[in-house]
Write a protein that binds this ligand. Structure first.
Ligand code: DX5
Ligand code: ZN
Length: 217
């Protein structure tokens, strides 16, 4: 079963509780939560107070995507706020191995995200310790950007590494996902598709999630 993870950054924060309930009731599998610090990326989104709201109302897997520097300083906090997966950026970690261990010790799935200009081979040595690889298909920072077509090739390369090394890591694609590319992404090995603006800027978010789901499952 492939998973749709709506990026809540694009939802209407004026009615956050309703948006969360919509996703609870929808065919989405996970909530994708984009935390940005204005340092690692040129944008600031939300942090712990908003996570509290998700902890309270969300009934599905909470996937925290940390686009922040020094993520190791915040992992315990996000784990205590109910994050089921914590994804840190390869580019933001001084010692990725330690950060992965830190996440796993808290009984949380460890995710590693890589930017579009980072070669997938950098994950080769750690691939058997990572639960999820978030392959960025846009440069992190903003929702609503165009999918970078290069991603298909990167995905094939990553899938090959995972297969060769018999890793259990799931592949997540994040950025510019829509019904135009979802099927191809899954056929090349993606397990989880994050979709922000395609879902929340559509006329009916729940129907759009259903549509995406029917394309990939
Ligand atoms: C980008 C974020 C994404 C993004 C997804 O920095 O990590 O999760 O908000 O939004 P769309 O689907 O609109 O590209
Ligand atoms: Zn994200």
């Amino acid at each position: 079963m492939k998973i749709i993870a709506p990026s809540m950054l694009s939802c209407n924060f004026g009615k956050l509780e309703e948006e969360i309930e919509m996703v609870n009731q929808s065919e989405a599998g996970w909530f994708h939560l984009d935390v940005m610090d204005g340092v690692f990326v040129p944008n600031i989104t939300f942090g712990t107070p908003i996570l509290e709201v998700f902890k309270k109302y969300a009934t599905k897997h909470l996937d925290a995507h940390l686009m922040i520097v020094n993520p190791e300083n915040y992992i315990e906090k996000f784990a205590s706020l109910g994050a089921n997966t914590i994804t840190v950026h390869y580019e933001a970690c001084d010692n990725l191995q330690n950060t992965i261990n830190q996440i796993k010790k808290l009984n949380v799935k460890a995710g590693v995200a890589i930017n579009p200009d980072t070669d997938v081979s950098v994950l080769y040595s750690l691939i058997n310790e990572i639960d999820l690889i978030c392959l960025m298909s846009v440069f992190p920072g903003f929702s609503g950007q165009k999918f970078i077509p290069d991603t298909f090739e990167r995905l094939e390369k990553l899938k090959k590494i995972i297969t060769d090394k018999k890793s259990q890591a799931l592949i997540q694609i994040d950025g510019g996902v829509s019904t135009d590319n979802a099927k191809k992404l899954v056929s090349l090995g993606a397990d989880i598709l994050v979709a922000g603006s395609f879902v929340f800027k559509s006329e009916d978010a729940s129907t759009t999630i259903k549509k995406l789901n029917s394309v990939i499952n």
